[in-house]
Design a protein around this ligand. Sequence first.
Ligand code: SER
Length: 313
Amino acid sequence: MSTERILVIGANGQIGKVLFPALQELWGKDNVTAADIRPVFDGEGIFEVLDATEPKAIYALLSRHKITQVYHLAAILSAKAEENPLSSWEINTRTLLNVLETGRECKVSKLFIPSSIAVFGPSAPRTKVPQNTFLDPSTAYGISKVATETWIAYYRRKYNLDVRSIRYPGVLGYQSMPGGGTTDYAVDIFYKAVKGEQYTCFLEKDTRLPMIYMNDAIRATLELMQASPENLSVDMAYNVASLSFTPEELGTAIRKYIPAFQITYVPDYRQTIAHSWPESIDDSVAQKDWGWQPKFGLDEVVRDMLEHLSNHS
Ligand code: SER
């Protein structure tokens, strides 16, 4: 494998914080650069402050570090985006186009730009949503992710740019905190549980959503990026499935280890967002094209989360 030089944009975010060291492990510390708009970096390695709404700033980083692969993880997530839909659209799509265009100009060999289950809306089937279906999202974030996927396909077909994408389910892990998402409850809940506190959930107890453990999400990303291009039949973003659970089922799974744990339910506007998303995903195309298989089931996730968070709380 020849050496690649990697840039991770949004390295301070929930996924970036974990993907960055995984990429360092794969490509060597000197070959991976972290970038984020927030100037404080608590990882180890090369870090650059980057405002990805500025194409010249991205261009400068790509040139200076001789970047060959970009992971663009910066975005305003679903719940946060509803507070200011137009500026979130502006940020999410402006940074997307800047990354695609500078990537093309600088002839990077591969890009990863994630999508989300938020691309689905009321017209998609609620269970086992297939790879190809109606995409009529009802959130500003979802609309920006449908645009993301469409532009990815455009750059793939028109410019032959190797851009790859996954529709991430809600990601939960102990390594980093999510921010501004509707699925964030699935991380927050563990912090309360290990402290012996009760959790007030902003979703109804029976709201089933597709989720994935961080370790599986990182592995999916790396496996897709290493797949042979001729095996990839999807020009937009791959459905990836792992877990599907409700807050009540997660509470029951936690109670196996912390019997006194209590949840109360006070749904807010995020319930409407969650309700517009499917409950489960059909990822048979990802399985077929690049061999995707999740490893972590609900009990393993709960055990691993509690083990790590109890040791560090
Ligand atoms: N986890 C994201 C959110 O809740 C969905 O991609 O916004």
